[in-house]
Design a protein around this ligand. Structure first.
Ligand code: PMV
Length: 328
């Protein structure tokens, strides 16, 4: 393997206490802490090679242009700034084993794999904190995909962002029965991405300060529920955190509505399923596709329920492991 080349794999993650709003949009520093589960078997594999003939960024088999290319090269610029070596132009090749349109942003896994491969290719430390800080500057939620299991992105208070980093709260094996099913109701790309949506909510939603205070207070409760492997408590917490994030977005001006009629159809069917004895709760990112929390023993039943409510695809996930370096 060339000393200036490395390949890394990383899983995406789903937040149960969500990040929604930046206090510093350049360094990507959040207003509040967030907590997520790393999702296997979904993953992105990224190779970074310095000393290439010219900069090239290939994402999912296609040469990237525009904003995506700029964001990838900007992250690698941060890597260059961390070393005195002349690294030269860079070649990046990144591909995922899941469709972007599955509603799960591949950016978290993509930037976590890019940060790990980029630092390794440049001969820099691949200690999780350093990789997480760098991944954060690509996409905030990516800092939570550097380690497996359940991770907390601590908001931090420093202006330079050094203390705004994700750490692992529970390893991947802590709760082997936990399942997370992505119910794909729509593959359409959302009109307002999370970057613009959260900026709009911070600036115009009168509920924004209450959102921050509430979400921060949910973190220790989520940790206690995960420690006790109490899905009922964690599920209820995940649902109310998702509702509150969406309420904050809906109260923005102009309003941001990420829900589709089918989203409500599915999530409003869950209380009746619970009354029938099915342990199922939802969380919902800035898009129409809920992620359903359940246990391995009820996975097939929950998939059926999602399909009956209109899901065109259901992706079964479980807690995944750390981002890691691999042979290409
Ligand atoms: O990291 P970004 O810019 O993709 O924002 C992620 C925002 C949410 O997915 C809605 C919440 C979260 O914490 O992942």
């Amino acid at each position: 393997m060339s000393p200036w080349r490395a390949t890394a794999r990383a899983h995406p993650n789903i937040a149960l206490v969500k990040y929604w709003g930046k206090r510093d949009p350049v360094r990507i520093l959040p207003h509040q802490s967030s907590l997520s589960v790393t999702l296997a078997p979904l993953e992105v594999v990224t190779t970074v090679e310095f000393g290439a003939p010219a900069d090239s960024v290939v994402l999912h088999g296609t040469e990237a242009r525009g904003k995506e290319r700029v964001r990838v090269l900007a992250l690698l610029e941060r890597v260059r700034a961390g070393t005195t070596r002349a690294l030269g132009p860079v070649r990046v090749d990144s591909r995922g084993n899941f469709p972007m349109a599955a509603g799960l942003a591949s950016s978290a896994a993509g930037f976590a794999a890019l940060a790990l491969a980029g630092r390794a290719a440049a001969g820099l430390s691949t200690e999780p904190g350093a990789v997480s800080r760098l991944a954060r500057e690509g996409s905030g939620s990516a800092c939570r995909s550097v380690q497996g299991g359940m991770c907390i992105w601590h908001r931090g208070s420093r202006e330079d962002g050094e203390d705004s980093v994700a750490t692992q709260a529970f390893p991947e094996g802590h709760w082997p029965e936990l399942r997370l099913l992505v119910a794909v109701l729509s593959r359409a790309e959302k009109e307002v991405g999370s970057r613009d949506g959260m900026a709009q909510a911070v600036e115009t939603s009168p509920y924004y300060p209450a959102w921050v205070k509430d979400a921060e207070a949910e973190i220790p409760r989520a940790i206690a529920a995960i420690a006790a492997r109490d899905l009922e408590v964690l599920g209820a917490l995940s649902e109310r955190n998702a509702w509150r994030m969406h309420a904050t977005a809906l109260a923005a001006d102009p309003p941001l509505c990420y829900l589709l009629p089918g989203t409500l159809g599915l999530i409003l069917a869950l209380p009746a399923a619970r009354r029938r004895g099915v342990p199922v709760w939802f969380t919902l990112d800035a898009g129409p596709n809920p992620v359903l929390l359940t246990l391995a023993s009820h996975e097939a039943e929950v998939e059926r329920l999602a399909r009956e409510a209109g899901a065109v695809e259901v992706v079964r996930c479980r807690p995944g492991g750390d981002a890691r370096l691999v042979e290409p």
